[in-house]
Design a protein around this ligand. Structure first.
Ligand code: AMP
Ligand code: MG
Length: 533
């Protein structure tokens, strides 16, 4: 019997494009677009689309079977080569602050939304192709993406999801069959790379920058339309208890603060560094979005950034992410302030954010250490002492917390230090004084743990639910890219599979938990990345 492809019967809702003003110009050339939330676009025809990998769990959300995903139609549609009859592709218009300065209009320069799929559970899932050709927001660039960055986006979105970090999802990774020229390190050495398209999936791809652009242009009419739409479509509960539309905006901002904080604290928990926290890369749903030159802490270094463009000022370094999220929220508050009568409510929310952030972060750190109950001052001191020790000699963050779960309370401090020894890159670098500091820390830690009414085994289980064993180590992503570039897909598939269960001990997967090898220390793509993709 012929397979009936569910892809062709997906149900689309076009509420974004039917509710909001469209750019009346249908031409693809780069331009400033005013009083419009989006422009209609067409994906490019590709030479030879092929599907490299898909995430079945994301396909399941849309009601697509494995067989649907392996079809001709799937690879053609998910690479942008063909459109389904009901798809209405558009690029969103937004602006943003880049590295602290207002950059004006940016917009979806290499992303195209295909529409929102409404699944059997009545959930809305927006589909978006990244790398399917230029749009009016491409600003002279090609609107394309290359394999290495697309693979990084595909794998990392799925890894983050399984780690429990709010994120956009990735349905598929396709090769286009076309070559794309990229100067990876902006040093005049452009080279042809394989073109690729990722299909991202999220309830919405709206960013802080969508609201900021209209605020900056004093186009309060369009700003109000976008805000009312957003609340209606994505925060409808806010309309139930608030009759007055002005206070609804402040309530909305407050909720965006909550969602953002929740996401950032998860980043800090798993050691993720986004790398480009510009306001155009901040989702209003608190989803990790726009995987570019991101990275994972291997050796714990709070000042680390993977982004070469940020190497000098380290604005988006690991430890800055909480403060920067607050700065970004202030820009969002400024954008909507003209629509809010009581601006002091926005100010008060931002003030609360700073205090709350520390509290939520401290609770999360306590959980990483196995504390169920909080003892504020004492725990703060213990955490600060630990973070200072972790950065004193190179110590692998992920391995450290997994080893820490294995200590036993009846062991001596020296024995406990031996339990975490595997986390040090070079244990011989620990001086006598370092060892004494570690032992002193273990003594305080053990005293603190005695206040928790759990035994060693229970504590280990609890800690292993918040401290992952498997993360997308920078060098592993690079190895998957290197293999794929010579046609070997095995590591990509193995990584996706391992990263689906990041907290479980998996037999035969030790190679995915290894500290960064020496060859990767200064290798481009492993320790530093550029935005060029
Ligand atoms: P990003 O650093 O990925 O957040 O991108 C910042 C802005 O540059 C966004 O407006 C992107 O759409 C745009 N952009 C980045 N790369 C390209 C490209 N290859 N072609 C067109 N626009 C791009
Ligand atoms: Mg972006």
């Amino acid at each position: 019997m012929k397979h009936k492809n569910s892809l062709s019967s997906l149900h689309f809702d076009h509420r974004f494009t039917t509710s909001l003003p469209a750019d009346s110009c249908l031409e693809p050339h780069s331009r400033q677009v005013f009083s419009s939330c989006f422009s209609w676009v067409k994906p490019m025809k590709m030479s030879d689309p092929t599907l490299l990998i898909h995430a079945q769990e994301v396909a399941d959300l849309l009601g697509l079977s494995e067989q649907d995903c392996l079809s001709e139609l799937f690879k053609n549609v998910l690479s942008g080569h063909d459109l389904l009859d009901d798809m209405r592709p558009y690029a969103m218009c937004y602006g943003g602050h880049q590295f602290g300065s207002w950059a004006g209009q940016l917009g979806d320069g290499r992303a195209m939304n295909l529409g929102e799929v409404v699944n059997a559970q009545a959930e809305h899932w927006s589909l978006q192709l990244k790398g399917a050709g230029p749009t009016p927001y491409s600003r002279g660039s090609d609107g394309l993406a290359v394999l290495r960055s697309s693979l990084r986006e595909f794998l990392c979105s799925e890894a983050m999801f399984h780690l429990g970090v709010p994120t956009t999802r990735a349905l598929s990774l396709c090769l286009t069959g076309d070559l794309v020229s990229r100067d990876m390190f902006y040093d005049g050495h452009a080279k042809d790379e394989q073109g690729a398209v990722v299909c991202r999936v999220a309830p919405s791809f709206l960013r802080f920058g969508n609201f900021q652009l209209f605020g900056a242009r004093k186009d309060y009419d369009t700003l109000k339309k976008l805000l009312d739409y957003t609340i209606q479509a994505h925060f409808p509960h806010l309309l139930q208890d608030k009759a007055n539309s002005v206070s609804v905006y402040a309530a909305w901002f407050s909720e965006v603060c909550d969602l953002t904080q929740h996401m950032i604290v998860h980043w800090m928990r798993v050691g993720f560094v986004h790398g480009v926290m510009n306001t155009d890369n901040m989702s209003i749903l608190g989803l990790t979005i726009d995987y570019g030159p991101y990275g994972w802490l291997e050796a714990y270094d709070p000042d680390w950034t993977p982004n070469t463009t940020d190497a000098e000022y380290r604005r988006y370094a690991f430890d800055q992410q909480g403060d920067i999220s607050c700065w970004n929220l202030i820009q969002l508050a400024n954008a909507i302030a003209p629509l809010v009568d009581d601006v002091s409510a926005l100010q008060a929310r931002v003030d609360a954010y700073r205090a709350d952030y520390h509290q939520v972060w401290a609770t999360m750190m306590g959980q990483k250490l196995g504390f169920v109950h909080q003892h504020h001052q004492e725990d703060d001191d213990l955490v600060q002492a630990l973070l200072s020790l972790l950065s004193c000699v190179e110590t692998d963050m992920t391995i450290f917390y997994r080893c820490l779960a294995n200590i036993e309370l009846q062991q001596t401090a020296e024995q406990q230090l031996a339990v975490i020894e595997d986390a040090f890159y070079d244990v011989s670098l620990l001086t006598e004084a370092d060892q004494q500091r570690w032992c002193a820390w273990f003594e305080s830690y053990a005293t603190r743990l005695e206040k928790e009414a759990v035994d060693d085994g229970q504590r280990r289980i609890q800690m292993n639910t918040v401290n992952p064993k498997y993360v997308l180590r920078n060098y592993l992503a690079q190895m998957a890219i290197d293999k794929l570039e010579v046609g070997d897909m095995s590591l990509l598939h193995d990584l996706l599979e391992v990263l689906r269960h990041p907290y479980e001990e998996q037999t035969g997967k030790a190679m995915f938990t290894q500290k960064r090898p020496d060859w990767a220390r200064d290798r481009r793509g492993c320790s530093m990345l550029s935005c060029s993709s």
